[in-house]
Write a protein that binds this ligand. Sequence first.
Ligand SMILES: Cc1ncc(COP(=O)(O)O)c(C=O)c1O
Length: 501
Amino acid sequence: MAYLTKILTANVYDVAIESPLEPAVKLSEKLGVQVLLKREDLQPVFSFKLRGAYNMMVQLTKEQRDQGVICSSAGNHAQGVALSAQRLGCDAVIAMPVTTPEIKWQSVKRLGATVVLVGDSYDEAQAYAKQRSLEEGRIFIPPFDNPEIIAGQGTVGMEIVRQHQGPLHAVFVPVGGGGLIAGIAAYMKRIRPEVQIIGVEPTDANAMALSLHHGTRVQLDHCGIFADGVAVKLVGEETFRLCREYVDGIVLVSRDAICAAIKDMFEEKRSILEPAGALAIAGAKAYCNYYGLKKEAVVAVTSGANMNFDRLRIVTELADVGASKEAVLAIIMAEIPGSFKRLVEEVGPVNITEFRYRYSDSRTALVLCSVGVHKEQELQALKRRLKEAGLMVIDMTSNDLVKDHLRHLIGGRAILKDELLYRFIFPERPGALRKFLDTFTPRWNISLFHYRAQGQVGANVLIGIQVPPEDEQEFKRCAVELGYEFQDECKNEAFQLMMST
Ligand SMILES: Cc1ncc(COP(=O)(O)O)c(C=O)c1O
């Protein structure tokens, strides 16, 4: 009850708009349900985050505001706090990791806040902000775990109830630390308890799903950063308490499905969402298909549009895979004259979107081939035709290593001893590569290096390195000490098939 009152009396409209609830006509037709989009991407700073920030800050006393505020964020919360501070005439310091892209910290600075670039990670920026708040008496504005922040975000739920009075099956909400979904759920479960409140998380940033499953907050060791707005390793205490009480379930979606949802939104409204902003659409699609919903109404909260332009390349590359309209196949054929032509004949009428081949040895040849498919049966028929023609086919459509790296490296097979394959996330700042090389070389030989900009915080780099078995423990110790996130890919079937002998 306390939250209902808090949300009803929350003060957000000095900075936020009542965002429209719009029908998504094409998506509705495709899914056979009525999809409505709660357009938080249309807010003044292109996300809902200003609701919570303003609601907390407007309730500070004059004395507290005169002390100034401080927060840490690499993204949307920073802009919400900066805009709120500007409206309230209070001084704001925003601590951001040094790896924050210039476009992000510039937009915060433009709103009049003081930006401090500090630390390699969000955790370091947060430690700085908390320390400085103690030293200077500034009020720390948390990104999600605070009742006033939750109540501010809850006004999204209040608006949905007002804007859609007919039957409603579910509301899909992206989940990072859980502030948005906690606020929406706390309101809607009081007023429309029959409506399902479903959270959506990326499969590799599933802190809330795991926490709800185990009944206690679970901290992730690694957290995917593609949907950076929801890349949170540990959900909030209060947000978790509310989610346990009110949230009906969590849907997990892949990076490809998020990209497909960004494309859906573009086709629907000609708007471009950031990955976190498109999560709810991806979740709604997966849920409606899985449960075979027909004609019901559902709402997806499109929560943000702070998209780094450079990321559009990877989004367009993956969108068709995510919509099951493109498949990535590795095909092995005999290295004899005429076999390439035969392969093309077997692929036949299917639209080829990418084809990569390079001679590797005199016996077999490996071809990487992406094809456009409209139906699952079409893909199955193609695989059957290829197999009947004596070709070996491996479906790589859901192998991220292939889509990020190996498709660009085909032809790189080598006879190498003791080669290990690792993916590292390099912080995007000068000196990161140098530090990496200083750690591992000249002791071990680097045998492969692939990096392709994806416009995200942290560069996704694939490394081949020759490490004798007796050195492997030492290599892992050095990798941990380096402090960059990393993942062992030696057992990835694509690597074994395409890169090693
Ligand atoms: C665009 C976007 N969507 C969703 C979220 C998740 O919100 P919460 O941390 O309250 O779960 C965020 C958080 O910053 C965001 O920026």
